[in-house]
Design a protein around this ligand. Structure first.
Ligand SMILES: *[C@@H]1O[C@H](CO)[C@@H](O)[C@H](O)[C@H]1NC(C)=O
Ligand SMILES: *[C@@H]1O[C@H](CO)[C@@H](O)[C@H](O)[C@H]1NC(C)=O
Length: 261
């Protein structure tokens, strides 16, 4: 290390100088620490970056950046950035369902539209995810009921993650304890909904992963659109797959009625 040399010299020169030595040595080591911070930190950062790239290359086998593709090396993303976001209504979005091979394939997730044309085999006709194409099926991504829940209405869908022993909203005779249990579980479940959707959004943003998906715009919806839509209950499959909680004595049928809110 370069910082060691001057200090060693100072100490050697002042071997028996008592106080003077201490002062001199501490000044010099401050200077030494200063030069360390500039040169060596740069060197360490460069080394870590190189190591990171090498590790990424050996582990992912094809990428120096852990599969991360910065937006500026993605032509479609740059082009979209220049053109600005597109705006489509839910009805207009349907045209991009993949049946027309000359059109891109779009899908939306809670109002954001993504181009998933790079996955035409999966999202096009006959593909296993074709049900998502041309629509905002955010609810289905949570409940797992893609056919019934191919809608953006997320109200109450958090009950997918709420244990069956949590009393449904509107259940009579719920104790204060059960109420706070319910509040806790609803909060936890809503957080999970956000996390699951964020996970899907990350995939469709295409910054990671092999497929070149990207954001293209937003779905235009009238203000208060949700109030025009009838609230739905949890689909049967999500209901069956709810976690079986423990600790509650209420035998409420948490599944029958709508439980959002
Ligand atoms: C799928 O898109 C095509 C046009 O690309 C449209 O004619 C057709 O109606 C759409 N299908 C549905 C189910 O909306
Ligand atoms: C869905 O979008 C709405 C409106 O932009 C937003 O308020 C809400 O937090 C989003 N929900 C989730 C779970 O991300």
């Amino acid at each position: 290390m370069t910082d060691q040399q001057p200090r060693r010299r100072v100490i050697a020169n002042n071997k028996d100088d008592g106080d003077v030595k201490t002062d001199y040595a501490s000044t010099t080591s401050t200077e030494a620490a200063h030069s360390f911070s500039i040169i060596d930190i740069l060197r360490i950062v460069a080394g870590l970056m190189l190591l990171n790239c090498l590790l990424s290359y050996f582990i992912t086998n094809d990428s120096l950046l852990w599969g991360y593709k910065p937006w500026f090396i993605r032509p479609a993303v740059v082009l979209r950035y220049i053109q600005g976001p597109i705006h489509l209504t839910d009805a207009q979005l349907l045209a991009y369902n993949g049946t027309d091979p000359t059109k891109p394939i779009y899908l939306a997730l809670n109002g954001t539209i993504y181009d998933v044309t790079a996955g035409r085999r999966i999202y096009g006709p006959g593909g296993s995810y074709h049900v998502f194409a041309g629509k905002d099926a955010a609810r289905g991504f949570i409940s797992g009921c893609f056919a019934e829940d191919a809608v953006p209405d997320l109200r109450g869908v958090e009950w997918t993650y709420i244990p069956t022993d949590v009393p449904a909203l509107g259940t009579p005779g719920v104790t204060a304890e059960q109420k706070s249990y319910r509040e806790r579980e609803v909060r936890r479940a809503r957080k999970k909904v956000r996390e699951v959707l964020a996970g899907w959004a990350e995939l469709f943003e295409g910054a990671k992963g092999k497929k070149d998906y990207f954001v293209v715009g937003v779905v235009d919806r009238a203000e208060g659109w949700l109030d025009q839509v009838e609230k739905r209950g949890l689909c049967a499959q999500a209901e069956r797959q709810r976690p079986k909680g423990e600790g509650s004595t209420v035998e409420g049928d948490a599944g029958a009625a709508y439980r959002g809110g």
